[in-house]
Design a protein around this ligand. Structure first.
Ligand code: HEM
Length: 215
């Protein structure tokens, strides 16, 4: 019972931590603390937030293998859904603040900024993963569920392309995200994935011998 309460607390903590940036940006906009273009401020911050959420979600499997801590696996679905929520709000900020609901402008926007099409594809992919993230879909899809959810990898590629297209020459921040993405993806390569439990054993025995070493 106490363990169940502990996990519920952990999940609630993660929920609040994921919600906090949205509350902060909303508060900044409401209090004129979001610069001269508050709509664009929201769009860009929420876009980066979505990428953060995606990277965090994809880090959970390697972290579980590395630490064997159940807590990481328990928040995987939640963070996946947060990724979708952030991506959806990012798209909504675009529609409300940049497009200003002027649908006639969408055609010329897509020609002027083709990276939006790439973003749309990523969002559709995230939507498919969100819709099938429940137990019912898992049971129905069986082995195909895992294959379908590997869509997260090309989605990450699409998001990085979308971001690169936006920043073009200013590559500093993008390179950081690309490096983290490469690391997260590298942990999926079979030889690296096989090494993770061994690395865990090594780290654990190094830690144990450091605390049991005589003074
Ligand atoms: C229908 C879907 C989408 C639309 C319409 C869209 C639109 C945009 C636009 C217009 C910008 C550039 C704003 C500017 O510099 O003027 C942008 C940037 C960005 N978007 Fe998207 N996007 C979509 C999907 C996504 C998704 C799914 C993600 C991530 C999961 C994402 C992450 C980003 C990031 C990281 C940036 C760069 C932010 C920055 O420069 O600080 N976008 N998006």
């Amino acid at each position: 019972m106490a363990t169940q309460r502990k996990w519920r607390l952990w999940r609630s903590g993660v929920f609040l931590a994921a919600l906090a940036p949205l509350v902060l940006w909303g508060w900044q906009v409401a209090n004129n603390a979001a610069g001269p273009e508050p709509g664009r401020y929201l769009l860009l911050n929420i876009g980066q937030g979505a990428l953060w959420m995606l990277l965090l979600t994809l880090s959970l499997t390697p972290l579980t293998k590395l630490t064997r801590w159940k807590g990481f696996a328990l928040i995987r679905r939640q963070l996946g859904l947060w990724t979708l929520a952030y991506a959806f709000l990012h798209m909504l900020s675009y529609v409300l603040f940049i497009l200003a609901l002027d649908w006639a402008m969408l055609g010329s926007e897509l020609v002027k900024r083709p990276y939006i099409i790439v973003g749309m594809l990523a969002l559709i992919g995230l939507g498919a993963l969100g819709l099938t993230s429940n137990r019912w879909s898992m049971r129905r899809l069986g082995k195909r569920w895992k294959t379908l959810h590997r869509l997260a990898y090309p989605i990450l590629g699409l998001v990085l392309l979308h971001f690169l297209w936006v920043v073009r020459a200013d590559l500093g921040q993008w390179t950081m995200y690309a490096m983290v993405s490469a690391l997260v993806m590298a942990t999926r390569l079979p030889p690296v994935a096989r090494m993770l439990p061994k690395l865990r054993q090594r780290l654990a025995s190094a830690w144990f011998s450091s605390i049991t070493r005589p003074l």
